[in-house]
Ligand binder design. Structure first.
Ligand SMILES: Nc1ncnc2c1ncn2[C@@H]1O[C@H](COP(=O)(O)OP(=O)(O)O)[C@@H](O)[C@H]1O
Ligand SMILES: O=c1ccn([C@@H]2O[C@H](COP(=O)(O)OP(=O)(O)O)[C@@H](O)[C@H]2O)c(=O)[nH]1
Length: 231
């Protein structure tokens, strides 16, 4: 059984790298793997603060500049974060960080770590590509927010948290266009493909590790189910 976890950059490196969090997260995942030899985990790592900082510097230097250049800068941040995470799981993951979800690679270990691929979307899309490739119908999307809200709660104080949302309504929330560094619970391009594949995405706060432990074991958890209600 393969569990796909999209680990937001806002969790790995909100501003600087969150070392205590990474230590605790690795322990939670290892425990989960130890309980059953059947379990494997794919981790897709976002760019977080470093991606946003470098993209901001690019815009300061270049004005609007090129969206593609900004995406490549973001991609490099995801790869740096992913190298760090992969090294945490060196014992469980012999494969180098996956930077192209369509490429040939070996997944003989228990953990696989992936990062950004190419311009035009976020690591959410890479997670969807890997879910499709490995026949997984669910993605666990861990971010800095506990649930999907009716609007971005950072912009709208009246936003209310949602327990479930279907793909059509979710698409109305996040729109259809991509901009580098976009902050949404799941990006618009990934949303389109996840909807086509009829996936389930669970959006939950990554910092709440007891909640993650429950979620991984299909127990009751705090978060939002996007898309199909069961897998
Ligand atoms: N409808 C929404 N519900 C929840 N969060 C939203 C919504 N729309 C936008 N956001 C924003 O998306 C952010 C999460 O995206 P992002 O910062 O890119 O996370 P990550 O780095 O974990 O991928 C939240 O902090 C929130 O401000
Ligand atoms: O396959 C990818 C993955 C990432 N990015 C770029 O890298 C940034 C950081 O990645 P992501 O948004 O996934 O990080 P997070 O939101 O988790 O911090 C994105 O905004 C994009 O600009 C990209 O162009 N292609």
């Amino acid at each position: 059984m393969i569990t796909i976890i999209s680990l937001g950059g806002s969790i790995v490196a909100p501003d600087d790298i969150d070392i205590p969090y990474l230590r605790a997260f690795a322990a939670v995942l290892r425990e989960f793997l130890t309980e059953s030899p059947e379990r494997k985990v794919i981790l897709i790592i976002g760019g977080g603060g470093p991606a946003r900082r470098y993209q901001h510097a690019y815009r300061e230097l270049m004005g609007a500049g090129s969206s593609e250049d900004q995406d490549w800068i973001g991609i490099m941040a995801t790869r740096l974060n992913a190298e760090l995470v992969r090294s945490l799981f060196a014992a469980e993951c012999a494969t180098p960080v996956v930077t192209d979800p369509t490429a040939e690679f070996d997944f003989s270990g228990r953990v696989l770590v992936a990062a950004g691929w190419k311009p035009g979307f976020s690591t959410d899309f890479d997670a969807v590509m890997l879910a499709e490739r490995f026949g997984a119908s669910r993605i666990v999307n861990l971010s800095n927010i506990d649930k999907v809200y009716s609007a971005d709660p950072r912009q709208d104080p009246d936003a209310v948290p949602l327990d479930t949302i279907d793909w059509d309504k979710f698409r109305e929330l996040v729109g259809t266009t991509w901009t580098p560094g976009k902050n949404t619970p799941f990006d618009p391009i990934a949303t389109r493909k996840a909807s086509e594949l009829n996936l389930q995405v669970i959006a939950a706060g990554g910092r709440d590790l007891p909640n993650l432990e429950r979620l991984l074991r299909s127990r009751e958890f705090h978060g939002t189910i996007i898309g199909r209600s069961s897998v």
